[in-house]
Design a binder for this molecule. Structure first.
Ligand SMILES: Nc1ncnc2c1ncn2[C@@H]1O[C@H](COP(=O)(O)OP(=O)(O)O)[C@@H](O)[C@H]1O
Ligand SMILES: [Mg+2]
Length: 254
């Protein structure tokens, strides 16, 4: 192995990340959700995070994205520590380099699909060419829905607007938490295809999902269990991911 090739600066790096929540009541116990996670995401890499419900996937994603402060340890997002950035600089970092796709779409109800797609760029003071927005909407099959508001679109269409918004912003990293959770199979597959496309176009993608077929599209799959990294797989099949999550092959007798 040659060691003189410098590795690129990761877009996300976590070191000994611990997240705990204080007791809800006096005398209650603290909830430790993440027990010491170290991981990196390289530029353009597509990483999936899988694990049983309650294993800490969403919490990890939010900490990596700078939306939740870690209790201990450190996160670097695009080389910056969100915990030490001033609010304004953190907001600028998010607007210019980070895209989010959540299960609940998070579109602005009073804005049209086109306006929702241009919003991040406008907020970061960047001019967006009309053709760019048209192309992003066309990429998600919504070229004829640009003037519709979210309330006039189906769930799948709203999620595709959210993805078009990410595509148009061309962020260095996209965080997605169960983006297909509220979609039917075909629409979910289309949305995953778009995320894969974003990764091929150079955005890193961090995808939290319980859909193992979806996770199998990633370059690397991180398996969480009880708030710790239980395993890591490179370009695995869905069956290999299943075995890593459940500790036995699908359909095996126990
Ligand atoms: N704000 C919070 N306060 C206390 N506990 C929380 C909070 N958010 C999440 N948790 C707990 O952290 C654990 C992991 O949650 P989460 O990250 O949502 O898991 P996953 O996304 O893998 O289903 C759960 O036990 C959940 O109850
Ligand atoms: Mg979750």
């Amino acid at each position: 192995m040659s060691s003189d090739v410098p590795s690129p600066t990761p877009v996300v790096a976590a070191r000994d990340l611990v997240k705990s929540y204080p007791p809800a009541r006096r005398g209650g116990t603290e909830t430790v959700v993440l027990t010491g996670i170290s991981m990196t995401v390289e530029p353009g890499e597509f990483v999936a995070i899988v694990g049983p419900s309650g294993s800490g996937k969403s919490t990890l994603l939010y900490c990596l994205a700078g939306l939740e402060p870690p209790s201990r340890g450190q996160v670097l997002l695009l080389g910056e520590d969100p915990a030490t950035l001033l609010r304004g600089r953190l907001a600028r970092l998010r607007r210019s380099g980070v895209g989010f796709v959540f299960q609940s779409f998070n579109l602005i109800p009073s804005l049209s699909a086109r306006e929702n797609v241009t919003l991040p760029a406008r907020l970061s003071g960047r001019r967006v060419r009309a053709a760019e927005v048209t192309a992003a909407l066309a990429a998600v099959g919504l070229q004829d829905r640009g003037s519709h508001r979210p309330g006039e679109l189906s769930g799948g269409q709203q999620q595709r607007v959210a993805i078009a918004r990410v595509l148009a912003a061309r962020p260095r990293v996209v965080f997605a938490d169960e983006p297909t959770g509220a979609l039917d199979g075909a629409t979910g597959t289309a949305v995953l295809g778009l995320l894969t496309q974003a990764a091929h176009a150079g955005s890193a993608v961090v995808l939290v999902t319980h859909d193992l077929e979806a996770a199998a599209r990633a370059d690397r799959v991180i398996v969480l269990r009880d708030g710790a990294i239980h395993g890591e797989l490179r370009t695995p099949t869905a069956a290999e991911i299943f075995a890593a999550v459940h500790g036995h092959p699908a359909g095996a007798l126990r």
